[in-house]
Design a protein around this ligand. Structure first.
Ligand SMILES: Nc1nc2c(ncn2[C@@H]2O[C@H](COP(=O)(O)OP(=O)(O)O)[C@@H](O)[C@H]2O)c(=O)[nH]1
Ligand SMILES: [Mg+2]
Length: 414
């Protein structure tokens, strides 16, 4: 299993890069996470979770190898991709067209950043009073046209081969959708979600559209980041979107505010608890806080942010939008430890040093393979030293703290 990747999509100037930056700025305590790919649009973000250390009252001893943990709130590395260049017509090759769509393939879930200030048109040019409802529709259409287009180009031969090889619908579509990184289970889940699906050779364009839509739901689960909520026109546009799409996951965000607050915290002007409404200044905490005093302009800006964003919405929303995307992917943090009673790693007193995100329902065996590679696992222990089998499944609070005992020098037999 490869690392989960969250794609950030949206029209130009909606705030994709700002959102990415707001989630990735290198915190002083953070070590670089060794992701394999080097790509200017890729960055490590941090997913905020409730760390296992708080379950056992060991917050003071928690010291992650990657990311950081503060008072039981852990920030686990997760890879993000800024998918730039999508404009209406991209599936026909407009803008960066196919480059965009190729980037998209690798994503496991999408955060669609929508500019709800109405100050940018469908191509990202400055305007006023634009209705962002349009953006939600055309972006989904573009992705769909792209997938449908690829399918229809070859439809005749797909059908012939389907019949000639007596394949199931899942098998045939798996071959077609494999390029999007879709597993057989994903294709099956999409197919099974459609009622009264006729045999593949009877599909007309409408059925193909239905199938592609179902596939998109599975392969590209989407969360809306309704961004620029600090703007005065945002409220009415947010209401319109919520009314029209009551069932879509949506989070209100102000990415620009988050970038600013993190910068102010780094420069020791404020104390800021990520993902919350709590911002404390020199005035609030006094000279012992180690905070610097702000000039009137900065003070004013912080006051405005408190009024317009933090107190009204409870946070800037960017931490939550990533959590929402992780929820769509059903990601579960799994902690691997050396000592299952102390939760320590190799040497030292610190606990829960390693944490990796896996899909809920993954087997303990697949966790072992992903973390250890192809070695022979002699035994696995869970909390309390309880024996865990390689076939057991992981979930929140269930088989999510594991200690693998490996056969020394043992390599897996075929
Ligand atoms: N008011 C406001 N402006 C924002 C916010 N997020 C981004 N912007 C601004 O929108 C413009 C485009 O942002 P950018 O991240 O470059 O958009 P991208 O083209 O989607 O990557 C920039 O001027 C940002 O400062 C926000 O939350 N509030
Ligand atoms: Mg950008």
């Amino acid at each position: 299993m490869r690392d989960p990747l969250i794609g950030i999509v949206g029209k130009p100037s909606c705030g994709k890069s700002t959102t990415l930056n707001s989630l990735t700025d290198a915190n002083a305590k953070v070590g670089a996470f060794p992701f394999t790919t080097i790509d200017p649009n890729r960055a490590t973000g941090y997913l905020q979770i409730d760390c296992a250390c708080s379950r056992f009252g060991k917050q003071d001893l928690c010291k992650p190898n990657y990311g950081w943990c503060e008072h039981g709130k852990r920030h686990v590395p997760i890879e993000l991709l800024d998918v730039a260049g999508l404009i209406p017509g991209a599936s026909q090759g407009l803008g960066l067209g196919n480059k965009f769509l190729d980037d998209l393939r690798q994503a496991d879930a999408l955060i669609h950043v929508v500019d709800v200030s109405g100050t940018t048109d469908s191509e990202g040019k400055a305007t006023r009073g634009y209705n962002p409802l349009n953006d939600i529709q055309w972006l989904q259409d573009e992705i769909r046209f792209w997938i449908e287009g690829n399918l229809k180009k070859r439809w005749g031969s797909i059908v012939r081969r389907h019949i000639g090889t007596k394949s199931s619908i899942t098998e045939t579509l798996r071959a077609q959708f494999g390029g999007y990184g879709a597993s057989k289970e994903m294709v099956a889940r999409a197919i099974n979600s459609i009622k009264d699906l006729p045999p593949l050779d009877k599909w007309d364009n409408e059925w193909i559209t239905k199938v592609v839509k179902a596939f998109m739901e599975v392969k590209f689960p989407m969360v809306l980041a309704l961004n620029k909520i600090d703007h005065p026109d945002a409220d009415k546009n947010v209401s319109k979107i919520m009314l029209k799409y009551p069932n879509m996951s949506a989070v209100l965000t102000s990415a620009l505010t988050e970038v600013f607050l993190r910068k102010m915290a780094q420069q020791h002007y404020i104390k800021y608890e990520l993902g919350t409404e709590f911002v404390d200044t020199y005035e609030d905490l006094g000279p012992d806080s180690g905070l610097k005093e702000m000039d009137p302009v900065l003070k004013d800006r912080i006051e405005t942010i408190r009024d317009l964003v933090l107190y009204r919405f409870g946070s800037t929303g960017v931490v939550q939008v990533l959590q929402e995307a992780a929820k769509k992917l059903e990601l579960v943090p799994v902690y691997t430890v050396r000592n299952i009673h102390e939760f320590t790693g190799s040497g030292g007193k610190y606990v829960f040093r390693d944490c990796t995100l896996f899909k809920r329902g993954s087997t303990v065996g697949s966790v072992a393979r992903a973390i250890l590679g192809e070695v022979t696992v002699a035994s696995v222990e869970g909390v309390g030293g309880k024996r865990v089998s390689l076939d057991d499944l992981i979930g929140e609070g269930k088989n999510d703290i594991l200690s693998f005992k490996v056969v020394p020098g043992g390599t897996k037999e075929e």
